[in-house]
Design a binder for this molecule. Structure first.
Ligand SMILES: C[S@@+](CC[C@H](N)C(=O)[O-])C[C@H]1O[C@@H](n2cnc3c(N)ncnc32)[C@H](O)[C@@H]1O
Length: 214
C-alpha cells in the first residue's frame, strides 16, 4: 500500500467508525499497562505510543501520573478524536502525526509501545526501517513493547494485509537490536464478541557496541 493511501485509509476509518465500532477497541489496555508497570519506571519516564490512534492507553497513563507521554499516529483524524476526548489533558501529551516509517525521533524514549500498528508493515524494508527507528528513538536502557497478531490471529485487519508473528519470529526479527525480556499470548475480545489472538513481547535495547547499525 502506498504511503499516501495509508494515511487516507486510516483517516477514512476514523471518520466512518465510532470508537466502539473498531475491532481493536479496548476500554482498558490491561496488557500494555501490565508490561509498562512491570518496568517500575519513574513517572517522568518518556513513553511513546506508536500507532496510538484514539486508544485509551494515554488516558490510563495520565491517570497513573506519567508526565511525558507522546502519541504518534498516521491519522490526523484519530489524533483529533483522542484530543477531543482528553479535553484539557490534551496539553499534557505530545502529539505526532506521521507515518512511522518516516519518523525521525528527536527525543530518546524510555518506552516505545506499539499495539497493533507494527503488524501492518509487510514490506521487509519498512519493517527493518521501523526497528532501526525504534532502536534510535530509545534511551540506552529503553524498552520496546510490541503487541501484534499472532499466527492464530487475523490475516487482515481493516481491509489491509497484516504480518502475523510468533514469539520466536518476533525474537528472531529483532534479535540484532533488542534482547527479549518476555512474550505472552493474549486473546483480545472485540466489541463484536469475536476473539483475536495477539502476542505481546517486551525487549531491552542492546548496547550500541554489540549492534550492527545499518
Ligand atoms: C489497529 S489500530 C490500533 C490503535 C491503537 N494502538 C490501539 O491499540 O487501540 C492501528 C493504528 O495504527 C495507525 N497506523 C497504521 N499504520 C501506521 C503507520 N505506518 N504509521 C503510523 N501509524 C499507523 C492507524 O492509524 C491506527 O490508529
Amino acid at each position: 500500500m502506498e504511503k499516501i493511501n495509508r494515511e487516507k485509509h486510516w483517516d477514512n476509518i476514523y471518520l466512518s467508525k465510532t470508537i466502539q465500532e473498531v475491532s481493536w477497541y479496548q476500554p482498558k489496555p490491561e496488557t500494555s499497562l501490565q508490561f509498562i508497570r512491570e518496568l517500575k519506571l519513574p513517572l517522568t519516564a518518556k513513553i511513546i505510543d506508536i500507532g496510538g490512534g484514539d486508544s485509551f492507553l494515554v488516558d490510563c497513563l495520565l491517570d497513573l501520573g506519567y508526565e511525558n507521554i507522546t502519541v504518534l499516529d498516521i491519522s490526523a483524524k484519530a489524533i483529533e478524536r483522542a484530543k477531543q476526548r482528553l479535553g484539557n489533558h490534551t496539553q499534557k501529551v505530545k502529539w505526532i502525526i506521521t507515518d512511522v516509517t518516516n519518523f525521525q525521533p528527536k527525543e530518546k524514549y524510555d518506552v516505545w509501545h506499539d499495539r497493533a500498528a507494527f503488524h501492518f508493515l509487510t514490506a521487509e524494508k519498512d519493517i527493518t526501517n521501523y526497528l532501526h527507528t525504534a532502536y534510535a528513538g530509545l534511551a540506552t536502557t529503553g524498552v520496546f513493547i510490541i503487541g501484534t497478531f499472532s499466527l492464530q490471529g487475523p490475516k487482515k485487519c481493516s481491509g489491509i494485509e497484516v504480518r502475523q508473528y510468533s514469539d520466536n519470529s518476533m525474537i528472531e526479527k529483532t534479535k540484532d537490536l533488542f534482547e527479549n525480556m518476555k512474550c505472552m499470548e493474549v486473546a483480545h475480545t472485540t466489541p463484536f464478541e469475536t476473539v483475536q489472538q495477539f502476542i505481546f513481547c517486551s525487549f531491552r535495547k542492546r548496547q550500541q557496541e554489540s549492534v550492527n547499525l545499518k
